[in-house]
Design a protein around this ligand. Structure first.
Ligand code: DGY
Length: 324
């Protein structure tokens, strides 16, 4: 067997995959270019990819030996799953193992944005801490505030659980009702526009699909409270970045906590970075030592299972497995 990994990920993945045969790992810090990706994937039976790698029909047609694409992520908007299915290629992902770590981080961003943690910290090395200030860095209360969750899947549910400890009423919108979450956690299903109008914090937990691309634009920011804070740990393009910059600059919304942006990476001179009330991190919500190791293990187990013709733990198109 020949396997390629398009980035260096925790060592456990290579340990598992080496039992199957040769493993080549892209050694550089930056992801491979499309041309280099093609070279790396050529003649491989399996690939461990990341969200930086675009996998589509044109790519797969040039690497016909590939039987499995195992994304080191729960999101898979970088992969054309239909194109994989049509070519009998299994697509696997790493859900569950990152749910709590990602929700922890979404809540950290919520608190950091609401209470101006990053902005006030940055003022100190600038020499701006002259005295205790009665009117300095006034933020938004988190406890008791209404949290609107867009997308009540695994991570949305984990976010709702965290909010309950802060006495936050939780409302949510989604394409499908999550009645289990409604019964277990007392969350209330509302229409998207209703959520925008009622929420003090809006947290995005929806995958990037044609339906969710640009879900937050000028009209949605206008509908939100002037005191509202937007949190996004899902995918950058769910939010129209220019509209967000405008909404923050004009005071249509109060703040933002973003782990994902559009574009990614965000250029160092991007206008978002000059907005004090926007807390921005470089797509690190799942980045704990334990969770990234679990993701690596699951990504490798997915490849191993497909190539040894057993059932992969997390496959998006299992129909390609039975057609072997
Ligand atoms: C994912 O898993 O989709 C994240 O964006 C990276 O952990």
């Amino acid at each position: 067997m020949r396997i390629a990994m398009t980035r260096k990920i925790p060592a456990v993945a290579e340990e598992i995959l080496k039992e199957l045969g040769d493993v080549d790992v892209w050694p550089e810090q930056l992801p491979p270019s499309p041309e280099k990706l093609l070279e790396l994937a050529s003649g491989r039976d399996g690939l461990v990819t990341t969200l930086n790698d675009r996998i589509d029909g044109a790519f797969l047609d040039q690497v016909p030996e590939v039987k499995v694409v195992s994304n080191f992520a729960v999101g898979f908007d970088n992969i054309d799953v239909d194109a994989c299915t049509q070519r009998g290629v299994a697509v696997c992902i790493t859900p569950d193992v990152l749910t709590d770590t990602t929700a922890d981080f979404a809540f950290a961003l919520l608190m950091a944005a609401a209470r101006r943690v990053s902005e006030s910290h940055q003022s100190i090395p600038k020499g701006e801490w002259k005295t205790w200030e009665p009117l300095g860095y006034l933020g938004q209360d988190v406890h008791g505030a209404t949290l609107g969750i867009v997308g009540m899947g695994r991570i949305g549910v984990a976010m709702a659980k965290r909010a309950s400890g802060f006495g936050m009423p939780v409302i949510y919108s989604d394409m499908n009702r999550n009645e289990h979450a409604e019964q277990e956690l007392g969350v209330e299903y509302v229409e998207f526009n209703d959520l925008l109008q009622r929420s003090d914090f809006v947290s995005v937990h929806t995958p990037l699909t044609p339906q969710t691309r640009g879900l937050f634009g000028a009209a949605q920011f206008q509908a939100m409270k002037e005191s509202a804070v937007l949190i996004n740990t899902a995918r950058g393009p769910v939010v129209d970045t220019d509209a967000l910059v405008e909404a923050l600059q004009s005071g249509e919304i109060w703040g933002a906590g973003l782990d994902v942006t559009d574009p990614e990476p965000l250029p160092a001179d991007h206008p978002l970075l000059s907005i004090d009330r926007a807390v921005i991190c470089p797509h690190i919500a799942s980045a704990s030592e334990t969770t990234r190791s679990r993701m690596a293990q699951l990504a490798a187990e997915n490849v191993k299972a497909v190539l040894t013709k057993t059932t992969p733990p997390r496959c998006l198109n299992p129909e390609v497995l039975s057609s072997d």
